[in-house]
Design a protein around this ligand. Structure first.
Ligand code: SAH
Length: 353
């Protein structure tokens, strides 16, 4: 079995190969900072080590198979082929020189949110650390990042807290100073409301951001949109969020995707105002991205703005985000359905101002 090194930190690489720590650091730097996966080009390694890496290791666990780029926005979407033939997507979004990479944490998803393309096909398998961390490494391979570290959002396919350990390890690798060196505050993990995950996440000794996909603030509607709400209803979620904020002193975000006449009514906004009462929370409103075959429509601009205005008048910090990359279906992509296996459609849905 060929060894994959991208999911290991410098000390682990050194231990795995039985080499000196400085050599582990050199290899790590090539993979994570230079984002080069061809061992034969790692010119500062000894010839003997290079030959050994070539003979025993695989440079990259995942291969970008299909990369689509929007000429107007620079949004770039990659379909990655995994070693077992499965595939996942990740998206790179540009905004005023700022780069954000939206990463998948699982192949498929078990949570079956009724408006989400990923949920349609169900859960396939977990991604391992290298399959997660390589998504940004590949997408950023040819980006010069001088002076601007990218943002990473775990808002692609899957529920990150259902693959907790691999996701946390991938975050640690992205933060490694010898690698991309991304600051904790530039990394966001998004959950559909996994209370156990939120509790664990609150114990982590770092400033990585939390985002919670709320979409409805009454249990009846939320259980329809996010069936996972039946396991962790709003009251339980609120308790976990209160505890998280007290423990960490951190702010967090509620995601709310606006679906026409479903969760974009004035009553829904009032319910959110009530629910968010006294929480240190930002609200991210996003018009729903159409998924073929689903019985929903995005809220028209006017309804989005009316919803936002109620929240703002109620004192909530709120952003209404605009879709980018729809021309390449980056927001809720069908790439995998079109170009890959029919069975599951990954859906990085991150959108920006
Ligand atoms: N499972 C995690 C992370 C992946 S989904 C979570 O639920 O947060 C990332 C975000 O995209 C979530 O807020 C999700 O509800 C939202 N989303 C899913 N499908 C969407 C769609 N078609 N349009 C807009 N947002 C969508």
């Amino acid at each position: 079995m060929s060894i994959v090194l991208t999911g290991m930190n410098p000390a682990e690489i050194a231990a795995e190969l039985g080499i000196e720590l400085f050599q582990g650091r050199q290899v790590f730097r090539w993979l994570h900072q230079k984002r080069r996966f061809d061992f034969s080009q790692m010119t500062d390694l000894s010839k003997a080590l290079r030959d050994r890496l070539l003979a025993t290791c695989t440079g990259a666990a995942i291969q970008p198979e299909f990369v689509q780029e929007s000429s107007s926005t620079g949004t770039r979407k990659a379909l990655f082929r995994l070693a077992d033939g499965e595939s996942v997507e990740a998206v790179l979004i540009r905004d005023h020189g700022r780069i954000t990479v939206c990463v998948s944490s699982q192949v498929g998803c078990a949570l079956k949110c009724s408006f989400c393309a990923t949920g349609l096909a169900g859960f396939r398998r977990q991604l391992d650390v290298s399959e997660i961390v390589e998504q940004p490494l590949h997408l950023l391979a040819n980006e010069s990042l001088e002076g601007r570290t990218p943002n990473i959002v775990y808002m692609g396919m899957g529920e990150p807290f259902r693959n907790y350990d691999a996701v946390m390890k991938s975050i640690r690798l992205l933060m490694e100073p010898l690698g991309l060196g991304i600051g904790a505050r530039k990394i966001t993990v998004s959950t559909a409301g996994d209370v156990k995950g939120i509790e664990r996440f609150g114990e982590e000794d770092w400033q990585v951001r939390l985002s919670v996909s709320l979409h409805a603030a009454n249990n009846e509607l939320r259980s329809k949109l996010v069936p996972f709400n039946r396991k962790y209803p709003l009251e339980r979620l609120r308790e976990a969020l209160d505890a998280y904020c007290v423990k960490t002193g951190r702010q967090f975000t509620f995601e709310w995707t606006l679906i026409d006449h479903v969760n974009d009514t004035p009553e829904a906004a009032e319910e959110l105002l009530n629910y968010a009462e006294s929480l240190p929370v930002f609200i991210n409103l996003i018009p729903w991205n159409p998924v073929p075959g689903l019985p929903y429509h995005p809220s028209p601009r006017k309804r989005c703005e009316a919803f936002r205005d109620i929240l703002v008048r109620g004192g909530l910090k709120t952003t209404l985000r605009q879709e980018k990359g729809q021309d390449i279906e980056a927001a809720c992509g069908q790439l995998r359905r079109i170009h890959g296996k029919e069975s599951a459609s990954p859906t990085p849905k991150f959108q920006e101002d």
